[in-house]
Design a binder for this molecule. Structure first.
Ligand code: CUA
Length: 340
């Protein structure tokens, strides 16, 4: 039985408790991994958005109290009483009209200034020493290219905690939107232009993300994970990713044979073996916990099922079925999963 990678998420949803956690998991869609929440910020970007929510929340609460108070006072003060005269009727009141025009404008100004400042601060150039990563959003997966380090990965973005990150967002096909709730706000990925996000994650952990712009049939299956690591753990991961792919043996060696003489090489890169760029770089495929837009766990069974018929697992998947037998798919899957 090939199950989706979201069973943990469903369990997380069932056990979610507390008003905010429950509300946020309902709002963010219970079907996926939790916590996919903006109310537990884990970067400077997410925290500044959280602070904006706080500011707006307090302003709105204040306005609500004033309006409710005035409403109650008016209802009591001017309630209908037998024999009482009508209250004084007012038609046009210049000071009052100026006041209720100016007050909302001031409120909007108080909200707009820090909001615009946050937008500009998080989409400009990151400070010197920032790690720049090119994010390419494809139907329906995420391509993460560490250009300065010389490797690429997919769907699982590793970054070090405490170091500024600059993401350059490129859309080779249609409009997508990069969104990792715990690390910051959504930002569109638009063909023909480069958008940026700069932020510094502060807490090691794994943070789920999701494409947040409808981009076709499998939009909902375009997920990702951001793995924030301590600087040491990140450096170890980088060294692993820069290493050449492992040499397989046994069934996996058969799989390598199949890879090199199949259409796989046209779309996928395995360093030293092939150079396709239309699909994910597979050099260290086995080191990722999930694949196909972070939708399935990287097990031999899931990968073999995927190879045999991608569209059956993920509607409208761009990867074609290659007509391999079950045995061939299993050998190929063994090879790919062995690429730690
Ligand atoms: Cu990509 Cu929705």
């Amino acid at each position: 039985m090939i199950g989706r990678g979201s069973e943990n998420g469903a369990r997380g949803c069932r056990t979610a408790s507390g008003g905010i956690a429950l509300a946020s998991s309902i709002l963010s869609g219970c079907a996926l991994e939790t916590p996919r929440t903006t109310v537990v910020p884990r970067s400077d970007f997410a925290r500044s958005i959280h602070d904006l929510y706080g500011l707006i929340g307090w302003i709105v609460a204040g306005i609500g109290l004033v309006v409710l108070g005035l409403l109650l006072w008016t209802a009591v003060r001017y309630r209908a009483r037998p024999g009482a005269a009508l209250p004084r009727q007012t038609l046009g009141h210049t000071p009052l009209e100026i006041a209720w025009t100016v007050a909302p404008a001031l409120i909007l100004l108080v909200i707009a200034v820090p909001t615009i400042r946050t937008i500009f601060r998080t989409q400009g150039q990151a400070p010197p020493g920032a790690l720049a990563i090119t994010v390419r959003a494809w139907q329906w997966w995420w391509d993460f290219r560490y250009d300065s380090l010389g490797f690429a990965t997919a769907n699982e973005l590793h970054i070090p905690a405490g170091r500024p990150i600059l993401l350059r967002l490129e859309g080779p096909d249609v409009i997508h939107s990069f969104w990792v709730p715990a690390l910051g706000g959504k930002r569109d990925v638009i063909p023909g232009r480069v958008n940026r996000i700069s932020f510094t994650a502060d807490t090691p952990g794994e943070y789920p993300g999701q494409c947040a712009e409808f981009c076709g049939v499998s939009h909902a299956n375009m997920r990702m994970r951001v793995i924030v690591q301590t600087p040491d753990a990140f450096d170890r991961w980088v060294a692993e990713q820069q290493a050449p792919p492992v040499e397989p043996s046994g069934l996996a060696a058969e799989g390598k044979e199949i890879f090199t003489r199949s259409a796989c090489v046209g779309c996928h890169t395995i360093q030293g073996l092939s150079g396709g760029v239309l699909g994910p770089d597979l050099t260290h495929f086995g080191s990722r916990r999930s694949f196909a837009g972070s939708t399935f766990p990287t097990t031999t069974d899931h990968v073999a099922a995927w190879i045999q018929n991608p569209g059956a697992l993920k509607p409208a998947a761009k990867m074609p079925a290659l007509g391999l037998t079950k045995e061939q798919a299993l050998a190929l899957a063994s090879y790919l999963v062995s690429l730690k």
